[in-house]
Design a protein around this ligand. Structure first.
Ligand code: ZN
Length: 359
């Protein structure tokens, strides 16, 4: 709108001939009269147009990484985005550093009840014209689906064969409720994604044409020695996917958290495997902002702008959605088209969705 109303500047050149200057003055006087007549009409037209566009929908966004969990008030702490920008010094003989921090001016508020979470999340999704792929509690996922029909796509993950038998996993997918396999997070279980104990699950996803999201990289501060003892940074190396991908040539996978911070390995893996995508979930609101932009810029610069999916890694803070989308919208190194690819087009292609349903 600013551009529309910007007054065009004159060139400042004097007219070459006085008569011509006079004609111009007369012409501009009549132009002003006409303008005085037209202007109110123009304002009316513009105002009615503005009302129309405010009613029309925003450009669609697909969030490929939402956790739909029961809210546990005991763990519903507020959180400062990009809290890992200043990881605390520590000593094993001292109390463990807290995983999050709230030492910022305006921490994101955690929802205290399932209803509060659902109302805030679905309200935001409707306002921003979003569709989400959600993992977690089936009852919560069904409630969200009821509140926003057609816009919540359920996913189910297996990270360790002890969680679910292969037969139960096949039944879950065959029921038709789940459309995606995720979040698969063997890294937290001390397993490589190519571990043969997970192979039968991936075989089912391949057979049923179900896309798979696998957690690789990230983890925050002290994941291995404070939070999840089986977690290993080395098990987030994107190269560990290679054997599994070779065994399942029709499997469609995306690397959740884009293998952060292993950009070289991620780029090499995507180069070698033409159907591997990544999502930006989680690390875009937890690690230092400049670091995040460097990482995204690096992936795009390496030529993979068509293989990056937007994801929030939504947990208990509803405002995380807007915070994370803002990171992409404010990325001045991305063109409008590149942002649209990340926020929508790439997910439509990857998940084989019908684009017309989301407009
Ligand atoms: Zn994850």
């Amino acid at each position: 709108m600013k551009k529309l109303f910007r007054i065009q500047e004159r060139t400042g050149q004097e007219p070459a001939h006085p008569k011509k200057a006079c004609v111009r003055k007369q012409a501009s006087a009549s132009a002003i009269k006409k303008l005085a007549f037209i202007l109110p009409l123009l304002v009316v037209v513009l105002l009615s147009h503005a009302q129309d566009t405010s009613r029309s929908r925003r450009l669609p966004i697909i969030d490929v990484h939402m956790h739909a969990m029961k809210v546990n008030p005991a763990f519903a702490a507020d959180m400062c985005p990009w809290f890992l920008k200043d990881m605390p010094g520590g000593d094993p003989n001292q109390p463990a550093p807290s995983f999050l921090n709230i030492s910022c001016a305006d921490p994101l508020k955690a929802a205290k009840t399932d209803k509060e979470m659902q109302d805030a999340v679905i309200g935001t999704m409707k306002r921003l014209n979003m569709t989400g792929i959600a993992y977690g509690d089936p009852a919560i996922i069904r409630n969200w689906q009821k509140a926003f029909p057609g816009r919540i796509i359920p996913g189910i993950g297996v990270s360790n064969p002890k969680q679910m038998s292969v037969a139960a996993f096949r039944d879950s997918l065959a029921s038709g409720f789940y459309k995606v396999m995720g979040e698969v997070a063997p890294q937290y279980e001390g397993l490589s994604p190519s571990d043969t104990s997970l192979d039968a699950y991936f075989a089912i996803a391949e057979q049923l044409n179900i896309p798979v999201g696998i957690h690789m990289g990230t983890g925050g501060n002290g994941m291995a020695n404070i939070t999840s003892p089986k977690y290993r940074a080395s098990l987030g190396n994107p190269f560990l996917l290679e054997d599994m991908l070779a065994r399942h040539p029709k499997l469609k996978i995306w690397v959740m958290h884009a293998g952060y911070p292993m950009a070289d390995e991620m780029i090499a893996l995507m180069g070698a495997n033409a159907y591997v995508y990544v999502d930006l979930a989680g690390f875009i609101w937890s690690y230092p902002l400049e670091e995040i932009h460097d990482y995204i810029r690096r992936l795009v610069q390496a030529g993979f702008g068509k293989r990056i999916l937007y994801g929030t890694d939504l947990l208990v803070w509803p405002k995380l959605i807007e915070t994370s989308i803002g990171v992409i919208e404010n990325a001045n190194y991305l063109s409008f088209e590149q942002k649209r690819d990340i926020l929508f087009n790439n997910a439509v292609r990857f998940f084989r969705l019908d684009e017309s349903k989301f407009k």
